[in-house]
Ligand binder design. Structure first.
Ligand code: DAH
Length: 353
């Protein structure tokens, strides 16, 4: 091997640089590096030979060999960068975006008419100082009937065709049969008991309720929003004032409110409230069946026994309560004539609102 003259170094260098130029991938570059600079590489072997030269020959040969190593390393690194750049350019060309193409509109969902109605009703009440409460849909007979002044055998129970279920009351619940709640009124009792005598009690409680009914105007599952206000010196005038304001905010400023005497076991006196017909403005149409009025809720002054079941002293406090059908409000607002449409989930229906 002619380490002294430099011919060998030049041959190795030229061969390595040529192999480097011919490489087109990072893997090929690595092969070239191993072939020349690796532990058993050609240049490595030649450099090892330098140790056998005479002390006089060694420095020049070593220096020449190291220069070749540097040259090869520099060439490999440069070529590797070129390959990476070319790769990047190719990728960018493949991934070009045609900014002139029309955009694709994402599918946007929206609230169901029932959700909108519930939210609007909640907002009206919260703006008047009411809190929003809720209670379980699987309810005990005691909360659903008994504590609302409907003891076993009370004829008013017949109006609530109930779904009884095989469920056990929770550990802190009164014993008795369990059912799917037939109205939101049990939340009155639950909330009063949780407040433990504190005043005022001022809530609305929206939610699902269940009755064994099924036709164009009745669904086995529907929605109510319960209202309850208990404080000192609450009168029927407060009830009427709040409901008249709610009717105006819900159906428009010209809306009138009318109270008709009625009967509920949990209120005394009791009334049903009608709003002037949103469609004909009181002159009579098909929706209001010619009367000019549409029933929107039941209400009354909380019965003394109900206050007691809630842990309040009827000698000290009084209250009013009401129960409004949310589905009814949505049907009136959007002129929907079949309640079942609200629950079928048919997009052709839902997308109209
Ligand atoms: N719970 C009654 C029902 O489902 C509605 C109702 C009437 C609720 C009068 C009340 C009320 O709070 O005072 O038919």
């Amino acid at each position: 091997m002619d380490l002294g003259t430099g011919a060998l170094w030049e041959r190795i260098r030229d061969a390595a640089l040529e192999a480097c130029r011919r490489s087109t991938t990072a893997a090929e570059i690595e092969q070239v590096r191993v072939a020349y600079l690796g532990r058993r590489g050609e240049l490595t072997a030649a450099l090892r030979e330098v140790g056998r030269l005479t002390p006089a020959e060694r420095p020049a040969a070593g220096e020449a060999g190291n220069r070749v190593r540097e040259a090869i390393e520099t060439a490999l690194a440069g070529r590797l960068m070129e390959i990476a750049d070319r790769e990047l350019v190719r990728r960018l060309q493949n991934e070009t975006v045609d900014v002139t193409l029309p955009g694709r509109r994402p599918a946007v969902g929206h609230s169901h008419p029932l959700s909108t109605a519930r939210r609007d009703i909640e907002r009206i009440f919260t703006s008047m100082g009411f809190a929003v409460a809720d209670g379980p849909e699987v309810e005990s007979d005691w909360y659903n009937f008994e504590a609302l002044n409907m003891p076993v055998g009370h004829p008013a129970r017949d109006m609530h065709d109930s779904f009884y279920v095989d469920a056990r009351p929770g550990p802190d619940e009164p014993a008795g049969r369990m059912l799917l709640r037939t109205h939101t009124s049990p939340v009155q009792i639950r909330y009063m008991r949780a407040r433990a005598g504190a005043l005022p009690v001022r809530i609305v409680a929206p939610g699902r309720i269940y009755r064994r009914d099924d036709d164009a105007t009745h669904s086995p599952m529907f929605h109510q929003i319960e209202g309850l206000l208990v404080d000192r010196d609450v009168t029927f005038a407060h009830l009427k004032g709040v409901l008249a304001e709610v009717a105006r905010r819900l159906f428009g400023p010209e809306t009138g409110l009318r109270l008709r005497p009625s009967y509920f076991p949990f209120t005394e006196p009791s009334a049903e409230a009608d709003a002037s017909c949103v469609f004909c403005r009181g002159t009579g149409c098909a929706t209001c069946k010619g009367s000019g009025w549409i029933e929107i809720l039941g209400c009354g002054m909380v019965h003394p026994r109900v206050l007691e079941f809630g842990g309040y002293d009827p000698e000290e406090v009084s209250g009013f309560a009401f129960g409004m059908g949310i589905d009814r409000v949505a049907m009136l607002r959007y002129r929907i004539h079949d309640i079942r449409l609200l629950f079928e989930g048919d997009l052709r229906f839902c997308e109209q609102f």
